[in-house]
Ligand binder design. Structure first.
Ligand code: 13P
Length: 268
């Protein structure tokens, strides 16, 4: 059966854009998406722009994502944000365990797991990032690393609790380098992640989980990546910083959704 998963295209703006720049970019994306397309779209501005972007996106189908959250609701945690505050500012999604956070800010698998659980409790959709380094890939350890991160992020949580989870496979060597994984290589890892989720939590849930690809996604490679059976969307960095580049990637998500719908109607 062809996938019934709604594709998700997420823009991770990382540490870019003032409030005014964020509003302008969000406005251009919202003008394209309007009340909704066949694929879901979210943007993740810097924390200081979340409130303003929420206003810009109001009444449109573009979701608002944060780039990180602590697991506690509140307390003496200087510099942190919490799921409660993300919900308060209008976030629907939150990126967790991005390789840049793991690499530069000491994010651990155990921390990712606590964040996943806290976000789910507050009904903020976690977008959990996993991915191997170049050394790990060259040593043939890609699946060990990636599946280990998947195991850790979902440990002790059942399929009901995890229902809305999104996973983003982002090979570290492809992030910001212009080097994208070959679509078939990415597909192989995505399929392995789905099989592992099925083993851990059951086939019926695993078939519903969106697994995004990230790492130098751009208009020129989005269609090919999104034509793979287990690549359900994209987590986009650099190319999400201009509407001119991000909109064709959204359109690749729409094409994937329309193609899957046509295939499903033929299978019925
Ligand atoms: P780039 O698209 O700039 O490679 O970044 C990918 C990424 O890290 C998204 O989270």
């Amino acid at each position: 059966m062809t996938s019934a998963r709604t594709p998700l295209i997420a823009g991770n703006w990382k540490l870019h854009n003032t409030v005014a720049e964020s509003e302008a970019l969000a406005g251009a994306i919202a003008a394209h998406v309007g009340n909704g397309l066949a694929c879901e779209v979210v943007v993740a501005p810097v924390a200081t722009s979340l409130a303003a972007v929420r206003e810009t996106l109001s009444g449109t189908a573009v979701g608002l994502a944060a780039q990180n959250s602590h697991w506690e609701d509140s307390g003496a945690f200087t510099g942190e944000l919490s799921p409660v505050l993300l919900l308060d500012v209008g976030c629907t999604h939150c990126i967790i365990g991005h390789s840049e956070r793991r690499q530069y800010f000491g994010e651990t698998d155990a921390g990712v797991r606590k964040k996943v659980s806290a976000l789910l409790v507050h009904k903020v959709v976690p977008i959990v990032c996993v991915g191997e380094s170049l050394d790990e890939r060259e040593a043939g350890k890609t699946l060990d690393v990636v599946l280990g991160q998947v195991d850790a992020a979902t440990d002790g949580l059942d399929a009901v609790a995890l229902a809305p989870l999104v996973i983003a496979y982002e090979p570290i060597w492809a992030i910001g380098t212009g080097r994208t994984a070959k679509a078939e290589d990415a597909q192989e890892v995505h399929a392995a992640i789905r099989s592992r989720l099925a083993e851990l939590k059951g086939e019926s849930w695993a078939t519903t989980v969106r697994i995004l690809y990230g790492g130098s996604v751009k208009p020129a490679n989005a269609d090919e990546l999104l034509s793979q059976p287990d690549i359900d969307g994209a987590l986009v960095g650099g190319a999400s910083l201009s509407a001119e580049n991000f909109i064709p990637i959204i359109d690749a998500g729409v094409s994937r959704a329309e193609f899957s719908a046509r295939r499903r109607s033929l299978e019925l």
